[in-house]
Write a protein of this length. Structure first.
Length: 273
């Protein structure tokens, strides 16, 4: 693991300056800290503000940059205005990433920076992620992946660096909560944000609220499922979710897992994506 960290730092030193797509998550926070330690003031964090990103995620990203003294640019990403995104096809993530990283590259160039980096790691290679194609097309580099770092290694190194994200749950774009083909609206995104925010406030850690029409499908860690099903908790969750706008509230018995919406895609759909 220390060897991989050395490779990461050596690769970063090859660049005179770098703009980093910064979401405030585990991977991009670790990359930003190491890059800032390596390149100093030649680092720029660029963060997208979007209805698909919970407000608390943006607040945490801004707070981290202030605390670390890192330059940051926050811009508005209007993905919902693009029909190819709002209609939610299987390759939705490609169009979203293409638009966001095109703007990130423009902002970087406005600041005299040619190199743009993002935080994908080795584990991201194992799922259906059409957005990575857009990243590659735009020439955005993935230093963590190039160094061979996996998620758990990044978490362990983050804890050694005393980063606030070492044990932070993974959190993907809210658009990933919708079954493919269901139109995505700002109202629906707000419903998911409110529902997931409530689960977080109840102490649930790694979780998702997946949307199937009027149905909310809750995923929590299997070890937390019994607590979710306790009568008082179950009643509170159902009441809150109905306030959020869901007609039905269900629990996925398989528990939390990444990319569960991809399980219904055929191999052909993934190839076309």
């Amino acid at each position: 693991m220390n060897t991989k960290l050395k490779i990461l730092k050596d690769n970063l030193r090859k660049e005179k300056s770098m703009a980093i797509a910064f979401s405030g998550g585990v991977d991009s926070t670790f990359l930003l800290r190491v890059a800032h330690e390596t390149l100093g003031e030649e680092i720029l964090a660029i963060t997208a503000r979007s209805a698909a990103v919970p407000g608390w995620e943006l607040a945490e990203a801004e707070a981290f940059c202030r605390q670390e003294g890192i330059r940051q640019v926050v811009f508005d990403a209007n993905g919902l205005q693009a029909e190819c995104f709002a209609q939610n096809p299987p390759n939705r993530c490609y169009f979203c990433k293409k638009g966001i990283f095109t703007r990130i590259r423009e902002i970087a160039l406005e600041h005299g920076i040619d190199c743009v980096a993002e935080g994908s790691n080795m584990d991201d290679m194992g799922d259906y992620r059409p957005g990575l194609a857009a990243v590659a097309e735009l020439g955005v580099i993935s230093p963590l992946k190039e160094a061979g770092l996996h998620k758990e290694e990044i978490r362990e190194l983050s804890r050694k660096l005393e980063l606030p994200t070492g044990d932070k749950p993974s959190y993907a774009c809210l658009a990933s909560r919708f079954v493919y083909g269901e139109p995505i609206t700002q109202e629906k995104l707000a419903m998911v944000e409110a529902a997931e925010g409530f689960l977080l406030s109840c102490g649930f850690t790694q979780m998702r609220v997946r949307v199937h029409g009027e149905i909310a499908r809750i995923e929590v860690l299997t070890e937390e499922m019994m607590r979710l099903m306790e009568p008082r908790m179950r009643g509170a969750v159902e009441e809150k979710f109905r306030e959020c706008g869901f007609a039905y509230v269900t629990v996925d018995m398989r528990g939390y897992r990444t990319g569960s919406m991809n399980e219904t895609l055929t191999a052909q759909q993934k190839r076309e994506g």
